[in-house]
Design a protein around this ligand. Sequence first.
Ligand code: OVM
Length: 401
Amino acid sequence: MTTTTTRAIPVLDDDPFTEESLRDPLPFQERLREAGSVVLLEKYDVYAMGRYDTVHTALLDWQSLQSSAGVGLSNFRYEKPWRPPSLLLEADPPHHNAPRATLEKILSPRAIRRMTPAWEQDAHDLLDEVLSGPREFDAVPALAEVYPLRVFPDAVGLREEGRDALLPYGNHAFNAFGPANFLVVEGAPHTQSLSAAVAQMCARGQLEESGFGADIWAASDRGDISVDQAPLIVRSLLTAGVDTTVHAIGAMIYALASNPAQWEALKADPSLVRTAFDEAIRLESPVQTFFRTAKSDVEIDGHLIPEGKKVLMFLSSANRDHRRWDAPDAFDLTRDPSGHVGFGMGIHQCVGQHVARLEAASLIGAMVERVDTIEIAGPTERHLNNTLRAWHSLPVRVTLR
Ligand code: OVM
């Protein structure tokens, strides 16, 4: 291919990983979308995409855009990964296939349905505690951080010991996809001990006899995956399954508390809980970005991306692209949010999404039964992360039904 047949690529000098941009990423994302379908971020020599069509195309094109050189800024061809690469996230076919098929079965809607009664009961128990206290509280520590940590580690089959490492470990893992900025520097001193704690929890002897963890080890007994692969696949659950659901639930509570008409619509029709969850994922995109690496010279929408270069896909921007969505900035339960790329798309699309939906539906379903009104009661505070869009504090005021 010659460059004469391809179009010039617009260049931006923005840094999306500054404190200012992470605090409010929307202005940059709009500049990115409007600059072009592929834009060179010269500071990082990275090819960024912010339009729905382009991001969608890139997500599906695993043949040209590989994951095995890392899905962060770091290029594993030249840089040593901070931990042994994930067998799912940071792998391409054919290596990706067996771990993916194994985990897909274990986390399938059918397989996780048995959790429903316990998770609904856990949601009601938590609300018993929270709603018996003051009617003004911080929904992040009271609900978003507590609920996933009550249900998910038990479902994996973890012992109590080491559970406090889960959130900070995931937080660091998502920071590590970005550049070595202030967030990575702040996290660095704790990385080794957190990694050790998480690695220990993945061993067969540390896991209960039933649970997702035991299911993964059982797959190694059958030969579906190798014995060496099992602990790393358990590690994927622990890395990807905690912070993501905490921040997704935070996003949903924020969306509902700041859109009273939508809360009323949900109360009137509780069958909308799953729509509410996916609409909140679309709007807030708890996972904002992932990178790929060009396996060879790749042409996308007439733009040439040279072999070996990093590609940065803004899932968040695609989810607010006016070319794809009407009134993209509105939280609207009458729209069909399916097709959002908040869980990705294609062969790497979030394998835990059914677990996330069941957690969210259980908690919000219980809230809808018991809470009459919910509103933001004070200044909110963001939690900054190089990949995650998150809340540190969400003061809410509720009245009961
Ligand atoms: C993993 C993984 C998968 C998805 C996201 C993620 C830290 C990690 O397999 O370890 O983020």
